[in-house]
Every structure is written in C-alpha cells, then in structure tokens.
Design a protein around this ligand. Structure first.
Ligand SMILES: [Zn+2]
Length: 327
C-alpha cells in the first residue's frame, strides 16, 4: 500500500519547490492516495508485465524503508541518474514524508478502473448492471416502500393525495442520480482515442457536476475543469464531461470524485499529464450544519507532468481562471 506513494515522493522531491501554493498542498493530499489507484490495477497484461520489474523494486524499497526508517530511504533516493544535490537544498523532507505516510494509511486504496471497467465495483454494482426487468421492478418497489417509510417517519401522511406518487417518483429519481453505477469508462470512451501527434494542453472547463454526498445523500453541485497534455493521442473531447458525469452519478465525496476522474483519464488515455479541479457547493453544508451558503469547496488532482512541473500546473490554473493572484 505504501509503495506507490514511495515512488511518487521520489518524483516530487526532484521537481518541486513546495514553498507556497495552496493548490499544491491540496493536490498533494490527493496524490498520496492516487498513487495506489494509478498503477497496479490496470487491466492490460502488457502493462503489468512492463511494470513488473519496477514493482518488485518498489516493493523491495518499501520493505527496507519500513525496516530501516526514514534515513535509509533518504539515502536510496540519490540514484546515479540524478544530479548530485546539496542536502541543504531540500527543505524539511522528513516532515513531508510523515504527512504523506499518514495520508496513505488513513484511506483505503480504491481501484479506479477494474477489469470490467465498472470502477470501484461492489456486489450491488454488478447486480444493478445485469438485472432483468423483473429484478428492476423489484428494486424499484423496495425503494418505494423505503421512501414511504421515510415520509411516515418525518410526520407526513403518505396517503395524502398530493404525495401519493412521491415514493415512486423519488425512487426513480434516485436511480437516475446514481446511474453512474451501471456505466463504465470503457463503454463511455468507446475507442474514441485518436492519434493526432498533438502535444499541447487541452482543457475543458466549467463542466457542470451534480453529485450526491455519500455522507448525507444530499446533492453537491459545482463545476469541474479538466486539462491534459496528450502524448500524441487525444480523446474525443465530449468524453471528458461524460467521464466526469459517470463518476458524479454515484454516491461521492468531492475529493474522491476529483481523483477518480483524473485517474480514469490517465488510465484510458495515458497522456503526459492530467489535471482536474473541482469547485462545488455542498447542500449538506448549506442547508444544515454550518449553514454557510457561500462557501465553496475546491479540490484538485494533478498527475504526470502537471504534478512534476509547476509551470505547467500554473498555466492550467491561469487558463481556467484560478491562478494564484486571482483567488
Ligand atoms: Zn454531506
């Protein structure tokens, strides 16, 4: 579990100046988890073979780090392929490391695209995808009864004329709000990946997102901005919003939604890098709890060259109108 984060850290340390940006810290938090989803769950065998050696080495590294502690892993990072660096140039490494390790431990790794492309599958996901019309009717009825119960519990009379059909309507709406459970990335992308030799940043911004907070089953809505830098291959531009839509039509937390979209694009397209930023307003925060109606939550996930190069990251931020100065 800790291995991918380990290797990631290697990349980052060589590339970052970590002094300031708040975005950086946001995305750092995301990445510590990404590592686990990004590699190792791919379904293609070729990829697996190719990365087998690397993995072995990673596993070895992680093992020795656990035994020998931080000092050992620091030493190991100075590989021959990298320029010698003065240790004083590298700010507070130990702290960063610890923070990351904790981040990895507190969240479980969730495979982003599994073998059947359903992404984060559960028994229910499969059942829902493969159900017969009879089973679908049964599911709806079960939900209808449950909603009726909720209505009774809140003090409403479910037999009152105005709300007679509400349980059915709500059940159907709920199935629509969560239809992402029966979609998968491969069907959505549907081979719309084209070899264009294009290597400049592509951005789709202001993608409207409607999702359900998994803690309260209350909506959160907002906008997502997706950018990537192709490695020759580009993806049909309409596929990006559709991937975002698929993951948002599930029970979500915004952090994971952001991360899943970025990882999915990384996996299907294998670009040089992906950046996803989402800003949204959570009704569970607006309507209850702290009741801050203007608060918006921003999450980001940057992978590949967006993670490694601050310049690239900043270009993306300024293109979507979220650069440091403006916020
Ligand atoms: Zn909530």
């Amino acid at each position: 579990m800790a291995q991918p984060a380990q290797t990631k850290r290697k990349d980052q340390d060589s590339a970052l100046d970590t002094s300031n940006s708040s975005f950086l810290s946001l995305s750092d938090a995301d990445e510590s988890v990404n590592g686990s989803g990004k590699r190792g769950h791919g379904d293609e065998r070729d990829e697996k073979k190719a990365s087998k050696k690397k993995k072995k080495r990673r596993a070895k590294d992680a093992g020795s780090a656990e035994v020998n502690g931080d000092a050992a892993s620091l030493k190991r990072r100075n590989s021959l392929s990298k320029a010698a660096r003065d240790p004083r140039d590298e700010p507070s490494r130990k702290k960063r490391k610890k923070a990351k390790k904790e981040g990895v431990q507190t969240r479980s790794p969730s495979p982003v695209i599994d073998f059947d492309g359903l992404s984060r599958p559960s028994r229910g996901t499969r059942e829902r995808l493969e159900e017969s019309p009879e089973q679908a009717a049964e599911r709806l009825e079960k939900m209808r009864v449950a909603v009726r119960t909720i209505m009774e519990c809140v003090g409403e009379d479910p037999d009152r004329e105005g709300v007679l059909d509400t349980p059915t309507r709500y059940a159907e709406a709920m199935l629509f709000f969560t239809q992402g459970y029966q979609q998968n990335v491969k069907d959505i992308v549907n081979n719309a990946i084209f070899h264009e030799g294009h290597n400049e940043m592509v951005i789709v911004k202001d993608i409207e997102i409607f999702s359900l907070c998994e803690h309260h089953l209350v909506p959160f809505t907002g906008k997502m901005h997706i950018g990537y830098i192709p490695a020759d291959n580009v993806i049909g531009i309409s596929k990006l919003p559709r991937i975002a839509e698929m993951f948002s039509r599930r029970l979500q937390v915004q952090e994971r939604l952001t991360k899943e979209v970025a990882n999915a694009i990384m996996e299907v397209l294998k670009p040089q890098g992906v950046a996803v930023i989402m800003e949204s307003s959570h009704l569970c925060m607006v309507m209850r709890g702290v009741q801050k109606t203007t608060a918006s939550t921003i999450t980001s996930c940057v992978l590949g060259c967006f993670e490694k190069k601050e310049k690239t990251r900043n270009e993306f931020l300024s293109l979507i109108g979220l650069s440091r100065g403006q916020r």
